[in-house]
Design a protein around this ligand. Structure first.
Ligand code: HEC
Length: 292
């Protein structure tokens, strides 16, 4: 087996082992990172929805105080503003297209916001004190695995103006939404949850894209190292050794007049070349002594 072949075989085995270990570790790491990143993104969106909620109730609702006597405008409702904001964000930015926002409520004013089974479980978990701040989880759906992030929605004193009893609520609001739901909330009660749902495949595909770039560059760097090592080995060892062995071959066959191996290098190959030429000279002298 040739020297280069042996070295390349060992290198290939080492590189393959390194690539396999790195792939395993980095794949898991990138998947977890992508998932964490999406959870952070979802939390940021939920907080933006909260911010627009408070902006609407403190800055917009007071401006429509006169209007409410004649006609109820949903634009003054914080829930309406938050849901609309997130819908616009999704429509305007492809990267948020898959982030579904809901204000899932157990007893909603607008039936479209009624919590469905799994959403009610989350609201109940908040009501039972499982978490005060947020819940993160995964669930299987007919459309694949989903990741969700949820934060509780609490009724404050100001909310009871519309969400206490039908008698207290603005008549224009009752005229628009009816009196079937969204009433009887208590101050401090967790009445629903802000939930963002994202397909798990989104996190996975982001991680896979990063994984491909990472592994691609790793393989590229290893190949470059291998190529450089091969060139160096060939230039510094294989080529001079092949020449030296051809020279030694000729001398061994009796060609004592072959020219010396020309080298100025002081490395191991250089000393070998010098040693060989000394040996040849000694051989020639010994033969001459024998002849005389
Ligand atoms: C001026 C009346 C009014 C006030 C004040 C008000 N809401 Fe509402 N709220 C509504 C109306 C009307 C809807 C239905 C909006 C829609 O989807 O068109 C609603 C919807 C909601 C929803 C979505 C679920 C549902 O009932 O359809 C939540 C959650 C909610 N409100 C929470 C709150 C909280 C929390 C506060 C206090 C910070 C509050 N609301 C203050 C009128 C009000």
């Amino acid at each position: 087996m040739k020297l280069l072949f042996k070295i390349n075989l060992v290198l290939l085995l080492l590189f393959a082992l390194g690539i396999a270990v790195t792939a395993r570790v980095s794949h898991q790491l990138l998947q977890n990172n992508a998932r964490d990143e999406m959870i952070e993104q979802a939390k940021l969106l939920i907080d933006s929805a909260l911010a627009v909620r408070s902006y609407t109730s403190t800055n917009i609702a007071p401006l429509l105080e006169t209007q409410i006597k004649y006609e109820f405008r949903p634009e003054m409702v914080s829930a309406y503003a938050a849901i609309s904001l997130l819908r616009n964000l999704r429509e305007a930015n492809p990267e948020y297209k898959q982030f579904l926002y809901r204000e899932a409520t157990l007893n909603p004013t607008n039936p479209a916001n009624r919590a469905v089974d799994w959403e009610s479980d989350i609201v109940q978990a908040f009501r039972n004190g499982v978490s005060q701040t947020s819940l993160v989880g995964e669930r299987d759906t007919p459309n694949g695995r989903m990741l969700y992030v949820a934060k509780p929605l609490k009724a404050g004193a100001a909310c009871l103006r519309c969400h206490d009893t039908v008698d207290v609520a603005p008549t224009t609001m009752i005229a628009k939404y009816g009196s079937a739901g969204g009433f009887g909330w208590k101050v401090g009660e967790i009445i629903g949850a802000q939930i963002i749902q994202i397909p798990d495949t989104l996190a996975r595909s982001r991680a896979d894209a990063a994984f491909r770039v990472f592994m691609g560059s790793l393989v590229g760097v290893l190949l470059a190292i291998m190529l450089t090592l091969n060139l160096l080995l060939w230039w510094m060892c294989v080529r001079p050794i092949t020449k030296l062995s051809a020279l030694a071959d000729r001398v061994s066959l009796g060609e004592t007049e072959v020219p010396d191996f020309a080298t100025s290098s002081r490395d191991e190959i250089g000393s070998l070349a010098q040693a060989l030429s000394r040996m040849r000279r000694s051989l020639v002298q010994a033969m001459q002594m024998l002849e005389t």
